[in-house]
Design a protein around this ligand. Structure first.
Ligand code: PMP
Length: 351
């Protein structure tokens, strides 16, 4: 044994979906947008003055905040930007969850939450979702050290109504409640409208899904000024320049093109309905989805076997070999052509 070995922190990391570099695959495993970003993003990148890269980026992010204000009823001091919502969430956990009581989140949810808790030694408790995989607000009314809810939840795709989020907030005035809205743009109602009423609410969103910019890594939190100031202080104790200037430019261009964004979301939601219908004709039961992915099962099919079959045909979906969900597949909504290929291969398997 080397003498430094016991000085190294041991962690079990989050494992993201694979990014295979194979041509002609249908990649439906990481909930990326199947469409390119707004043409305004390409224009902004082409026109970007590379001489600017000499300098550190702006940490005020004025242009990007102004673009976000077009869509959300917030002021600049209510916006916190980061390098993907994963980083924003990681900083939120570090800033807001410092209690002896456990942080609560659903047993089936984004599997990064327990990883951050372990990393920062935050106590946590997984609250079981019901047999329909729904979150029960009352389960979050007891004593706790904070709450994090993905809405819509992942990988279930189910969205809670805003009234339920509000009831959780009403019953938790003394802790921070984080609502992770990575998938809110595909049919859910954002909690951003509750920010005026609840100074303990943090809403986190991303450019990775509905704005088709997973590659530039931009996420943001919206919250009252006090919470944003606290986040800024922790961020500035860690890395002052988390968001690079080229990403800021690209994200601002995307946020300014509201029409393209609306169009993209609508197309994805329409394809989702068709995908659910065609799979149901093959015996699949799909949870009600408000996300850009579906969570589906078939009594006559072993999910792990279908996953492997699809993979061998170049259709990559996500399989979680975990309690309660090991007979489900999570499938991203692709383009119409991609969904056609998925359904065709599923048909071949079901036979
Ligand atoms: N929250 C949830 C629920 C997610 O599924 C994801 C995507 N893996 C994220 C946050 C993080 O997304 P990003 O870091 O790309 O903004």
């Amino acid at each position: 044994m080397k003498l430094w070995e016991d000085k190294i922190r041991q962690v079990v990391p989050y494992v993201p979906g694979e990014q295979p570099q194979i041509k002609n695959i249908v990649k439906l495993n990481t909930n990326e947008c199947p469409y390119p970003p707004s043409p305004m993003v390409e224009k902004a990148i082409r026109e970007y003055n590379t001489a600017e890269l000499r300098k550190y980026p702006s940490f005020v992010c004025r242009e990007l905040k102004a673009a976000l204000r077009k869509t959300y009823p917030v002021t600049d001091d209510m916006l916190f930007l980061g390098n993907g919502s994963d980083e924003v969430l990681a900083l939120c956990f570090m800033t807001f969850f410092n209690s002896d009581k456990p942080v609560l989140f659903p047993d089936i949810t984004y599997s990064f939450y327990d990883v951050w808790c372990d990393l920062y030694n935050i106590k946590y408790k997984r609250v079981p979702v019901n047999e329909k995989f729904e979150i029960t607000p009352e389960d979050y009314f007891g004593e706790n050290g904070g709450i994090v809810i993905a809405n819509p939840n992942a990988p279930t795709s189910i969205c809670m109504p805003l009234e339920s989020i509000e009831r959780i907030l009403q019953n938790n005035r003394n802790v921070i409640v984080i609502v992770d809205e990575a998938y809110i743009d595909f049919g859910g109602e954002s909690a951003v409208s509750l920010l005026d009423k609840y100074d303990n609410l943090v809403v986190v969103q991303t450019f990775s899904k509905s704005r088709a910019l997973a590659g530039i890594r931009v996420g943001y939190a919206m919250a009252g000024k006090e919470l944003v100031d606290a986040l800024e202080a922790v961020k500035n104790s860690f890395n002052s320049y988390t968001l690079n200037s080229l990403s800021q430019t690209a994200a601002a261009a995307a946020a300014n093109d509201v029409e393209y964004w609306e169009d993209c979301r609508k197309k994805i939601m329409a394809t989702r309905s068709r995908m659910i219908k065609e799979l149901s004709e093959l015996g699949f039961e799909t949870l009600p989805s408000s996300a850009n992915f579906i969570f589906t099962t078939n009594k006559n099919v072993k999910a792990a076997e279908l996953f492997e079959f699809l993979r061998s045909k170049g259709v990559i979906v996500r399989y979680f070999n975990k309690p309660r969900i090991s007979e489900y597949l999570r499938i991203t909504v692709g383009t119409d052509g991609e969904v056609d290929r998925l359904v065709e291969e599923v048909k071949n398997f079901v036979g």
